[in-house]
Write a protein that binds this ligand. Structure first.
Ligand code: EPS
Length: 404
């Protein structure tokens, strides 16, 4: 199973093709649109989110609300495209054009041609690599707009996993210096996740959420941007996803790659993560226990649900750190690639922080990797085939699926 995304940030649409997805998995349009809309929330998002109302347009692979096993293709149209049509036109020259950003008074006018790379963005390295002096050729694709496509693909993975009782969620632990007092190493229950969805920064702890809003306001006033930390969990995973037998089959390695590939993510950890460095082994490794009616379980989950590259039946706990968004309204020190004179970096419309949205994107990436691992373990061309293999496996092992 694989998916490809295409689309420039200000092009007419994002496009996705999913190939190898099993047949007969039920999914509704509202399920996909709900995920797209969750990604658009979050205090600190930029003006673009006022323009876009992301909605999926299915092209193929679905009939009467169920997958067909054929390639699933869909578009997420960019409403903002009409304002950028000349800038991004596939054939017309556009160097001397600009865009008026009606929804962002602070920025006002954006030049089509970008020649002063933004430190921290793909602009400079991408321009050198592909031989561009107009860095719009890089930034249009490097933009985190592409993550909307991933969330669309992730909605399909979630729909598959939901059939096996797997629940995925996320919340924000830190933005800038504002930090939650919540445990950094546990999955949330349903009510807690609902609270997170209502929070402007997707944070469970209301005091920390208020502090996060304050640091974002302060960053805005100072022309700054902020990063942070989010946590993604998956509950109801059976033991046995991924494998210890080969490096590229280890589930934690695959999840880390998927989460690290989200723009701005600079580190990923599982369970105790980096905190394990300072602890003795007896304080780190989770005891193994058994209870009649419950089966095998672990009284603690410091491993974050993975041992030896294999899911161990406990909740998956992944945290990731996101660096501050590299577009600063104050413009960082840079060079003009045409004259090599020192200038302030170009300023594009951007977010002040996107940590809440990144959590939703990471849910999609985690869902994708887990759905792949399910297909590998339980095989089959259709959902009923997978379910048979799953049920037969659970008959064999002393582990209980999540009762929700
Ligand atoms: C984004 C769309 C982008 C940015 C942001 C995320 O749209 P625009 O550039 O038109 O404002 O708002 O992207 C970045 C911050 C970035 O660095 O790429 C989106 O849909 O998430």
């Amino acid at each position: 199973m694989r998916f490809l995304t295409a689309g420039e940030s200000h092009g007419c649409a994002l496009a996705v093709v999913i190939e190898g997805f099993p047949a007969l998995v039920p999914i509704g349009k509202e399920e996909i649109d709900r995920e797209l809309s969750r990604r658009q929330q979050g205090y600190g998002r930029g003006g673009r989110m006022k323009v876009e109302k992301d909605r999926v347009e299915i092209i193929s692979g679905l009939r009467h609300g169920k997958t067909l096993g054929s390639p699933i293709a869909f578009l997420i149209p960019n409403r903002d495209w009409q304002n950028w049509a000349v800038v991004i036109d596939p054939f017309l020259p556009g160097e001397d054009t600009h865009v008026e950003l009606k929804e962002d008074q602070k920025l006002g006018r954006i030049r089509a041609e970008v020649t002063a790379p933004r430190p921290g963005h793909a602009d400079l390295a991408g321009g050198l690599k592909y031989g561009f002096t107009d860095l719009r050729n890089v930034l249009e694709r490097a933009s985190a707009r592409e993550t909307a496509a991933r969330v669309g693909a992730g909605a399909f993975a979630r729909a598959l996993l939901a059939q096996f009782g797997v629940v995925i969620g996320s919340h924000v632990l830190q933005i800038g210096t504002a930090l939650t007092g919540e445990s950094h190493n546990r999955a949330l229950n349903e009510e807690e996740q609902e609270e997170v969805e209502k929070s402007p920064v997707r944070c469970l702890d209301p005091r920390a959420a208020a502090a996060m809003v304050d640091v974002i306001d302060k960053a805005s006033a100072e022309g700054e941007s902020l990063g942070g930390i989010f946590l993604v969990y998956a509950k109801g995973l059976p033991p046995g996803l991924g494998s210890h037998v080969h490096w590229d089959r280890r589930l934690d390695g695959r999840l880390a790659q998927a989460v690290m590939s989200i723009p701005g993510v600079k580190g990923v950890e599982f369970g105790l993560g980096f905190a394990a460095a300072g602890l003795a082994g007896s304080k780190v490794h989770d005891p193994i226990a058994y209870q009649t009616g419950r089966g095998l379980y672990r009284p603690t989950n410091n491993a974050g649900g993975i041992e030896g590259g294999i899911s161990n039946g406990e909740s998956l706990i992944v945290r990731a750190v996101m660096k501050p968004i590299p577009t600063l309204y104050q413009g960082l020190p840079s060079l003009d690639l045409k004259t090599w004179e020192p200038v302030r970096a170009a300023v594009e419309r951007s977010d002040l922080t996107a940590v809440p949205a990144a959590g939703v994107v990471a849910e999609a990436m985690v869902a994708w990797v887990l759905a792949e691992a399910f297909l590998e373990k339980f095989g089959g061309d259709s959902l009923p085939e997978m379910k048979k293999a799953w049920a037969a496996y659970l008959e064999e092992i002393p582990w209980q699926p999540l009762k929700s």
